[in-house]
Design a protein around this ligand. Structure first.
Ligand code: ARG
Length: 564
């Protein structure tokens, strides 16, 4: 049961009678009472009346019989104390596997674009946040009953593939399986050759004629043309390269407990044959402008640093299509072919302008009709202890696989290590940067993954001793029992807020508060040593806590060890 909603419901009529219009009572759990509403303060300001007087009138009119007691406090707050019978019944009822949360009344088809690593490179920490946050949102929205389509917008197309394929051929061509073992090194070697940065000995031999670098560059350029025109050998090698990287990504997702599957891999290459028609439609709508050889759209309201109108480049001056064109095609496809009514893009904050422009052009082109929304779910960076971008000591990008290895060594188990990393990412407001700090994220106390996992494991151990049939109806005696009961009822509002605002930290903070309430309860209220009804009731409170932690953490994508 959603007590906030029940109380708000009861107060709405009273507020309407006093205000002469509908007022949202905004009932929230509070430190000062079980629940509090501050809506009389704002209403009083509008009516030009003393706030306490307005609050008292609302309190007098509110029909709260059998639900809660109301009291006016401070400048005009309504403090609500829920009847014990309502509280106990609500906690008793939390025994289904949805913990009383009904699926949404109007499910939407939601496409969530997340992870999006670039092929021929290993997954880097840079894509970690998108992967973790996107997966949590996908789980949460799907659990709420939405029809969620995951899309991994892989960077699997572009001019860099010319150099990569040419390098593959140099390494023995078709027998690429072995040479691609370490993708990062492979990518770096290809890039070095492309940039003409060959070994000194090679360089001295090359002085007389054309350098090897230049020759490689020329071959790489021709290879791009071959790839684009569908040359069979080139396409085969390209496919092999993509498959190899997709496998490494799937490995990483498996270790991370991320729900993306091969079916969700729909990379940039998928949209290539839709780009000409994207261009044609924009042209037919009169949106295209030729600018310095490129074809662009200039949506209103976007300016560069110098104040010049900012173009969204659809076709580059060399005739090629780039990142923006592909995103336009993907947007159109997701709405038109997949029938999405909501598009979420879980991508770092630096791409804010890109997405604003893509959405605006989508709207201008008619690809985002009324009732269809597109949102950039942006997030901040992971920083190192020095406050700069998180890198290895030698200044390289941190490899996800190395990070996961280290997590498993530092923690007692993969579930704890990976859970700590994911929880650290999900527990703060996603828009903020955070410092990657092993000691903090693995700490046994505080707002950490291990603390929540430990609270859960402790309850499991209680039940290993008590046996499952020992629970019984909730009776509230001690204030810590009451606090825990109230905390348990905060699950639905937390889930609703996390999903509605696309802010997983709303759910994480709630789970932490719940674990704190449980710790307080456990320290003051003996469970196994209690007798009769009290013991049975306390076991029910413990059981509901464990269920809530397990469900909540699973919605965030965090595993729970039974023992710690
Ligand atoms: N591959 C891109 C990058 O590494 C991220 C893709 C994000 N999704 C999208 N639809 N643009 O920056």
């Amino acid at each position: 049961m959603n007590l906030e909603a029940l109380l708000a419901d009861r107060l709405t009529a009273a507020f309407a009678a006093v205000a002469g219009e509908t007022v949202d009572p905004v009932v929230r759990q509070s430190q000062h009472a079980d629940f509090q509403s501050g809506a009389a303060l704002a209403l009083a300001r509008r009516l030009g009346r003393p706030p306490r007087e307005v609050a008292t009138e609302v309190a007098g009119r509110a029909d709260l019989a059998g639900v809660a007691a109301v009291e006016v406090s401070g400048p005009g707050f309504l403090n609500l104390t829920v009847d014990d019978a309502v509280l106990t019944a609500a906690v008793d009822a939390l025994d289904d596997d949805r913990l009383g949360v009904a699926p949404v009344a109007a499910p939407e088809r939601i496409v969530i674009d997340y992870s999006g690593p670039n092929a021929a490179k290993e997954l880097q920490v840079g894509h970690l946040r998108s992967t973790i946050i996107g997966d949590a949102l996908a789980r949460l929205l799907a659990w709420l009953g939405h029809d969620v389509l995951r899309r991994n917008h892989l960077g699997d197309w572009g001019t860099q593939f010319g150099m990569l394929i040419e390098h593959m051929i140099d390494l023995g061509g078709t027998d690429a399986e072995h040479s691609l073992g370490d993708l990062t090194d492979f990518y770096r070697a290809a890039r070095r050759k492309f940039d003409g940065d060959t070994e000194p000995s090679v360089r001295s031999r090359a002085v007389a004629g054309r350098s090897d670098g230049e020759d490689f560059k020329r071959r790489a350029r021709l290879r791009v043309v071959a790839l684009q025109s569908g040359d069979e050998l080139t396409r085969t090698l390209w496919r092999r390269l993509i498959e190899q990287t997709e496998r490494t990504f799937l490995d990483a997702y498996g270790r991370l407990g991320v729900t993306l599957t091969m079916d969700d891999f729909v990379g940039e290459s998928f949209y290539q044959d839709q780009l000409a028609s994207v261009l044609a439609e924009l042209d037919a709508k009169g949106l295209l402008v030729a600018s310095e050889g490129a074809l662009c759209v200039f949506p209103d309201g976007f300016a560069g640093r110098d104040g010049e109108p900012l173009p969204l480049i659809v076709r580059k001056s060399d005739g090629g299509f780039g990142y923006a064109a592909t995103d336009l095609a993907a947007l159109r496809h997701r709405v038109r072919e997949l029938g999405a009514t909501r598009l979420l893009y879980v991508v770092g904050a630096p791409q804010r302008t890109h997405f604003r422009m893509v959405f605006e052009v989508g709207r201008l082109a008619g690809w985002l009709p009324d009732g269809v929304t597109a949102e950039h779910i942006e997030f901040g960076s992971i920083l190192g202890a020095d406050g700069k971008m998180f890198k290895t000591r030698s200044g390289d990008n941190v490899r996800l696989a190395d990070l996961l290895d280290e997590a498993c060594v530092r923690a007692t188990s993969p579930a704890v290590g990976v859970g700590a990393i994911k929880y650290a990412d999900l527990s703060g407001d996603r828009r903020s940067d955070y410092v990657f700090d092993w000691d903090r994220m693995l700490a046994a106390t505080g707002n950490t993954g291990p603390y929540l996992q430990y609270a859960y494991a402790r309850i499991r151990s209680i039940f290993r001793q008590a046996g499952p049939a020992a629970t019984g109806p909730v009776v509230l005696g001690h204030p810590a029992e009451r606090r825990l009961a109230l905390a348990l009822l905060g699950f639905e509002p937390a889930v609703t807020a996390a999903a509605g605002l696309r802010e997983p930290h709303r759910l994480a903070s709630y789970l932490h508060d719940l674990a704190v309430a449980f710790t307080g309860f456990y320290e003051t209220c003996p469970v196994l040593r209690a007798a009769g009804q009290t013991r049975a009731s306390r076991l029910t409170l413990a059981d509901r806590t464990a269920r809530t932690l397990a469900l909540g953490l699973s919605l965030l994508g965090i595993d729970l060890p039974d023992e710690m």
